[in-house]
Design a protein around this ligand. Structure first.
Ligand code: SAM
Ligand code: ZN
Length: 272
């Protein structure tokens, strides 16, 4: 599955390292992940910060966004055969909540699978590998996936950057890419409490030419937060954290409970 980021040859695990025929080697960390990102410091690619990851973890663990997992599983059930091992990549996996939750539900439903997660955030991958030790995580970029051609049945991309070229290359023929992005009025009631003029999120802008859009739908529901920490975590795990004025951001301190909307746009694309 894994290929060497330096020469593109297959990587074989020796237990402590991943090695290719050219003798390029990559240590497997104590947590079980491997760093396959070359020159990350020079390239200027950075993933989410430790604080964002902590907020996301605390928020997601409470399962307010579990309907995302249920809807991903429904699409996988509709499009994937149950009699073979499903290979799935979580591209931009963060701290692994969705990889781990999918693994749990798919195994309860009797599926066999191999789940891989990649992210440029080393802290995210470290946390994911520690918590979900049965899955395979690596530090890598979506723009240069460390996987051979035609290996995945499913790629999921949840609130993360997309690379059509790399997704197309690594998907099997008939494989599907599932994307989830925030819908127009996602978290609207919360945004109304923070901003004088909240803006709607733009519609999904990913319009691939190599992959065929086969499905799109929106999932919406309301959920209630009843403590200030969770309200802050929800806000802090999003890009709003860095795009909000101090005056507006401080308004969060006064919100101890809120009833707000979750709205998610799902798209499925197939490699024909
Ligand atoms: C909004 S977070 C979503 C994380 C996770 N999918 C979730 O929903 O919990 C976006 C993620 O994309 C990662 N990311 C950003 N640019 C990336 C790239 N070029 N390659 C891989 N991951 C990237 C970030 O580090 C971050 O973990
Ligand atoms: Zn190599």
């Amino acid at each position: 599955m894994y290929i060497c980021p330096k020469c593109g040859r297959n990587l074989i695990s020796t237990g402590k390292q991943m090695k290719c025929d050219e003798n390029h080697s990559y240590d497997i960390s104590a947590e079980g992940y491997v760093n396959l990102l070359l020159g990350s410091k020079k390239s200027g690619i950075h993933g989410d910060s430790k604080d964002m990851l902590r907020s996301r973890r605390r928020f997601l663990q409470q399962n307010y966004y579990f309907p995302i997992v249920e809807n991903l599983v429904s699409v996988i059930e509709r499009t994937t055969a149950k009699d073979s091992v499903i290979t799935l990549l979580d591209a931009g996996c963060g701290e692994g909540y969705y990889s781990g939750s999918l693994a749990k539900i798919l195994s309860e439903k009797g599926y066999r699978f191999q789940i891989y997660g990649i992210d440029v955030s080393k802290e995210g991958v470290k946390a994911a590998a520690k918590r979900y030790s049965e899955l395979s995580f690596s530090v890598a970029s979506i723009n240069k996936l460390p996987f051979a051609n035609d290996v995945f049945d499913v790629i999921i991309s949840l609130f993360a950057p997309l690379s059509e070229k790399e997704f197309f290359r690594t998907l099997k023929k008939g494989g599907i890419l599932l994307t989830v992005s925030p819908g127009a009025r996602h978290l609207w009631s919360l945004k109304e409490k923070i901003y004088d003029k909240p803006a709607e999120n733009p519609p999904p802008s990913f319009k691939p030419v190599l992959l065929n859009e086969t499905e799109n739908f929106t999932v919406g529901y309301r959920f209630r937060l009843s403590d200030n920490q969770t309200v802050r975590d929800l806000f802090d795990m999003t890009p709003y954290r860095y795009n909000t004025s101090e005056t507006d951001y401080n308004k969060l301190g006064f919100i101890n409970s809120i009833d707000t909307e979750a709205v998610f746009d799902f798209c499925a694309f197939t490699k024909l």
